[in-house]
Design a protein around this ligand. Structure first.
Ligand code: ATP
Ligand code: MG
Length: 179
């Protein structure tokens, strides 16, 4: 089965120094004190997979994802996260994302597949082929369970539609009706 083999974080949230996190197939547990950066690792994974919503990575704005320890508000700040997968044939395949923030506060992301730049939609397309969905419910964040419990029936049904893949067709139908 495809699995995440390695994460490389550079100036992402609490990771001020470039950090490599090797992962083995199967079940992985990350433990550590409160605020030590456990959830930030998952945020980094979603970031590299091209998640658009900063909220989904528990940040108000995307620039808040850049480590703020030695920037002093001067010059360009940036963060890069690379995720290396091991595919079924044991070859490596990687996606990466770099976010650059100028001192004026504007920002832009660059995406990479196997270290070559690509567009965000190319990235999403390739990930879809591997059945990896950054917006999907394969990632359950802190607070998600409580949120799902307190949903009404219709909202919970939407999750099931999403998981079953029906929602994708609903979106396509809605789009076709628009045009
Ligand atoms: P808990 O056990 O409470 O869930 P955790 O290990 O999951 O904790 P995280 O939420 O991953 O902790 O990390 C929170 C820490 O990340 C906070 O100390 C916060 O200051 C730090 N942090 C978040 N964004 C940045 C940033 N841009 N620069 C530096 N540190 C940051
Ligand atoms: Mg946490």
């Amino acid at each position: 089965m495809v699995h995440v083999k390695r994460l490389e974080l550079s100036r992402f949230k609490s990771f001020g120094q470039t950090t490599q996190i090797p992962l083995l197939p199967g079940f992985t547990v990350v433990s550590g004190p409160n605020g030590s950066g456990k959830s930030n690792i998952l945020d980094a994974l979603l970031f590299a997979l091209g998640l658009a919503s900063s909220r989904g990575m528990r940040a108000e704005r995307l620039p808040d994802l850049v480590n703020n320890s030695r920037n002093n508000g001067k010059g360009r700040a940036e963060t890069t996260v690379k995720v290396t997968f091991e595919l079924d044939d044991e070859t490596e395949w990687s996606v990466a994302r770099r976010l650059r923030v100028t001192k004026e506060g504007s920002y832009a992301s660059t995406f990479y597949i196997n270290d070559e730049t690509c567009t965000q939609s190319q990235l999403h397309e390739q990930l879809r082929e591997l059945r990896i969905y950054p917006e999907g419910y394969n990632v359950v964040l802190q607070g998600d369970v409580t949120r799902i419990i307190s949903m009404n029936g219709r909202e919970r049904r939407e999750i099931i539609d999403e998981l079953a893949g029906v929602a994708e067709f609903d979106r396509k139908i809605a789009k076709a009706k628009e045009t």
